[in-house]
Design a protein around this ligand. Sequence first.
Ligand code: DOR
Ligand code: ZN
Length: 343
Amino acid sequence: MNELTIRQPDDWHIHLRDDEMLERVLPFTAAQFARGIIMPNLKPPVINAQMAAAYRDRILAALPEGMQFEPLMTAYLTDTTDPAELEAGFASGVLTAVKLYPANATTNSAAGVSSIEHIRGCLEVMQRIGMPLLIHGEVVDPSIDIFDREAVFLERTLGPMLNDYPELKVVLEHITTSNSVDFVMDRPRNLAATITAHHLQINRNHMLVGGIRPHYYCLPIVKRASHQQALRVAATSGDARFFLGTDTAPHPISGKHSACGCAGVFTAPCALESYVQVFDEHQALDKFEAFASLNGPAFYGLPVNTGTITLKRQAHKMIGDIGEGPEAIRPYRMGESIPWSIA
Ligand code: DOR
Ligand code: ZN
């Protein structure tokens, strides 16, 4: 198969940032995806429906003329989020989901949740109204090794939470381990997971052997090859619980090339091309539409897109830095030859 036409996909996990950065990165996402779940970890974070509606307006204002894209907004959970506000935001259609960052787990998460005890009222309401909870699944316990933080989160936090709220709709975001794959497979269907293109393509050797590659540094951090392999098998299996979420997360080069560099990989400019390459390598092109375009809408209870997109087995050279100097953004796979292109 040298050409593949699928329903237009959605990206169920995106960092679009704000202001000038938003203007620079949005066209890459809008060129590939019809809709996207927009992460709320701005400075300050988007913590309620009113802020989400204003952010949605800024995204739509930044969309170049002639491009279509529907931002699906999320609210950032804090220890003091008002459950009634979430319910109203969901009922009005402004909020599609709620994001749980354990406090200090990642970029701009300092105002996140310090203990599940603080959000029980929110979880109860969300379970009742069917509002999805999107989770950054890592513990922040300093005694836990960074490579184990996702697996420990499943045991310590997610398992007990799902036992307490068995009907809660949960997306475990950007999973990076075989532990998470197994955990999702073992639970009822109200638990799903997104998988990034970069976690399918790279493991910690790519990041660390022969020199440290800061543009592969993200959170949760890439793990050993056996975990990468488990993610590839899950994504290409066609199982409806796994779907596309790039976690595209742009940072200026000044933030990446630093003694204390930022976490995030800017994958938007070659997201679909990278995913389809993985499905091709697994002889699973027939499963790609489910992963990219069908499983996500089914989980969120949204219609699938009506348009289509065609991918071709035709190599193209990835673009270089976007912008110049320390404020430039370096895309994932910069300058590489990529075997698939969008027609
Ligand atoms: O690598 C990451 N970058 N992981 C996250 O959880 C946040 C994101 C960002 O906002 O830069
Ligand atoms: Zn993210």
